[in-house]
Design a protein around this ligand. Sequence first.
Ligand SMILES: [Zn+2]
Length: 123
Amino acid sequence: MRSMREGFGPGMFWNKVSKTDCGRIARDADLPLWLRAYFAAQWRLNQIGHAEFQSGELAEILADENGKRPSDGSVANAVARAKDKGLIKGESNARCLMLSHHHARTGKGAISCSQHNARVWRS
Ligand SMILES: [Zn+2]
């Protein structure tokens, strides 16, 4: 059986996106924090749709042009706004951003998430 990670199903089209470039955009201080959070999720996305970060790491990624980190509240607000806009899943938080399997998939990275205590299912 064909792996779910290879595509989105019959008749569904998809792009390949550079993780490296998503990492660059996530660090672009000219962009709003909620949009940068989305690109951080694309950058770190693992094989089960989770993008894990160490404590304080997302704030470091979202630092301004002077390297100043946003407050925890600002990071939480960025995550909340990205959820409101439907860019990341509702279960996301500053330690793990999640993307819908209908939106993005990757064949790279972990198959588990310690933040959500999640593990891939094998059929
Ligand atoms: Zn997770």
